[in-house]
Design a protein around this ligand. Sequence first.
Ligand SMILES: [Zn+2]
Length: 319
Amino acid sequence: MGSVETVQGAVDAEELGVVLAHEHVRFRDEAVAAEWPGRYDEQLELDAALVAVNDAKDRGVQTIVDPTAMFGGRDVRFMKRVADQSGVKIVACTGIYSYDYLPHYFENRDVDVMADHFVEDIERGIQGTPIKAAFLKCAADAAGVTEHVEKIHRAVARASLQTGAPIMAHSMPAVGTGPRQVEIFAEEGVAPAKVQIAHCGDSDDVDYIQGLIDSGVYVGLDRYGLEMYLPIEKRNAVAAELLRRGHAERLMISQDFCASIDWFPPEAAEVFEASGAIRNWSMTLVFDEVVPALRELGALDDAGFDTIFRANPRRWLTA
Ligand SMILES: [Zn+2]
């Protein structure tokens, strides 16, 4: 079956167990955090991460795939502290999370040089540690697949070809980025079974998602709780329909929860919850509400659960 790199070292893929395919133990603007560290409280962030991860562990989660890349404040030492103290395995990535901006450093270097940086994280280790990246991350959002975004996608694809590491691509269904992202990976020669297009579940256009599945990639229904993009009932209806159509083997269900995030001032969480922009956003929502609802709808049984939460992440990570 093969092994998978985690922040605590390589493990046999069988040991991953129940997996949340897309969660962040911490998310922050790394430039701000580097320049004004006094604005951050690492102990509070660690406590928040441990509460979230331990809650997930209570629901049976054994592994969390954390796609925090460059610009999300990736910090594998922090991830390892969370993994060590919770006993939950964390799978880290390499790549660049940008909707367009590229530092001059990468703007003035070519795609293959960028890919070399990612390969180094996969083969040698991240941030001066022996912790290796298990997958690659890139993103396309409201701006679409811009020139810079395309460059990152191609670098990620080339690093995947060199190392065998799979790819997760943040997408934005509202502007239909998914098909172009899939196309770029195909142009570079990446097998679709290595590719996961994240955030497809922000759309209730089942045929759009079906189109991506037909190309052979995995799709993420991975933002449960972020009602501002799509409320949970509509997310469940999409999931149920895809399951009825027999696509369990292509779905990743998760929450894209950030145990802490600095994008908004601290009081914003309450405002978002009060206005309905988020609802019960956590690392446990899919177990507390989504799985029971899908079972109720007759769309999910024990075998389907194992396919989505065990087999799919394992198959993708070892593709
Ligand atoms: Zn995310």
